[in-house]
Ligand binder design. Structure first.
Ligand SMILES: CC(C)(C)c1cccc(C(=O)NCC2(NC(=O)c3cccc4nocc34)CCCC2)c1
Length: 247
């Protein structure tokens, strides 16, 4: 997969993309991530990339020309015969989910456009953006961190990026439930023990315990995730008992 990121702050990406799994994925050529500084494409003498909003109001808006020319340069270099999926990170976008990550992980190339200030000129969105995606409802300073989140979520889904055992952490493995509690050595830490079932070696009991923990945790903290799930009879019984307790 080729990922191209259009941003005013390419240096922000050095940490996350220069570390651990994302770094290794690039070294293994499973993903090719390149950042482009929109400011390099500004034609005005002072390399200005923002201007006052027509109609007045607080804040500044990113001007269309540098973004348009940067996007044109990137699409030329990708040398495609059809327009490239161009994702604008935006609070107005559809909320990013694991399902969306799995959908995007199938793409051959993706362009991410990161806004700044109050946002970008609408004409860019109308002409170049194919998808607007949001990572959640809070105010941020720019679209860069959302772009990193989405690239992280997508990259780990590319075959070969995660070692086989790690890839079982996928939603399909837990089928959308919150994860059971994790424990590792030592068996006693500050006088705190590990649940004995996990030390029993009885994998049927362990799997049952973990499944019950996941269902109870999901019921308590994210009942919305439970709604869409197919539970076995005994599991549905657990949920019914939890609901009764809650009444
Ligand atoms: C209702 C609520 C969501 C709180 C809201 C209303 C109005 C503005 C803002 C706001 O944050 N504007 C600033 C910018 N925000 C984001 O880019 C951004 C923010 C959040 C999630 C995201 N996922 O991708 C990009 C995201 C837009 C231009 C530069 C940064 C947020």
């Amino acid at each position: 997969m080729k990922v191209r990121i259009l941003t005013l702050f390419p240096e922000m990406f050095n940490g996350p993309f220069g570390t651990s799994i994302l770094k290794k994925a690039q070294e293994k050529e499973l993903i090719d991530i390149q950042c482009f500084n929109i400011r390099d494409f500004a034609l005005n003498k002072h390399k200005k990339v923002d201007d006052y909003p027509f109609g007045g109001g607080a804040g500044m808006v990113m001007t269309p020309q540098p973004i348009f020319d940067c996007h044109h340069h990137v699409t030329q270099m990708l040398n495609l015969n059809e327009p490239c999926k161009t994702i604008y990170l935006s609070p107005k976008g559809s909320t990013f989910t694991q399902e969306k990550a799995m959908e995007l992980a199938k793409e051959e190339q993706l362009i991410f456009l990161c806004g700044h200030y109050e946002g970008i000129d609408q004409r860019i969105i109308d002409e170049l953006v194919t998808d607007e995606i949001s990572i959640g409802d809070y105010v941020l300073t720019g679209g860069e961190l959302p772009a990193m989140v989405i690239v992280d979520a997508i990259t780990r889904l590319i075959p070969g990026v995660l070692s086989t055992e790690a890839s079982y952490e996928d939603e399909s493995f837990h089928c959308g439930l919150l994860e059971y509690p994790h424990y590792t050595r030592p068996r006693a830490f500050n006088g705190l023990e590990v649940p004995s079932v996990l030390l029993s070696g009885n994998h049927k009991d362990i799997d049952m315990w973990r499944r019950k923990q996941s269902i109870e945790l999901t019921f308590e903290r994210r009942p919305d995730l439970l709604k869409g799930l197919q539970l076995k009879k005994n599991e549905a019984q657990w949920v019914a008992e939890l609901s009764k307790k809650k009444e």
